[in-house]
Design a binder for this molecule. Sequence first.
Ligand code: ZN
Length: 150
Amino acid sequence: MKLINTTNYTTKELRDFVRFAKPSGVKNVDIAVRNTPNSYAWGRSYGNYVAVFVQKNPRYFPWYAEVHPRQKKKGYLGWKLLLTREEAMIGILAHELRHEWQRNHKGHRTFGCRKKGTSERDADAYAIKMIRKWRKSQTQPLINISSLFF
Ligand SMILES: [Zn+2]
């Protein structure tokens, strides 16, 4: 697995994102991650190669990622609210790497997504799961307020 990184994340940070977002059993995929100047985030899976583009400017976030009716027809679920640039990174990586997974796991997808070819619905369902898992992992433990007063 080759990783091409032209973002301002370190390669170590990117490897951690990939490790987090990757469905198990996906191997031999090269991944290129780049900044994008004028959109939020997007990606593409080509079969053994995934390209991911994420907005560099943190002021673009939170991002309300609405689904266009045309995309809904194609099966996209949409992700609603993405709080940070890192959540967008995890979401796009998870979605595109799930397409790589789909190519080798026909018939094992989320219920209702068992047509041949790749499925946007299944890829989005997986991405949403991983974004939630990421968000949970980033939550700081709450301070016990009473300990500040007594
Ligand atoms: Zn897709």
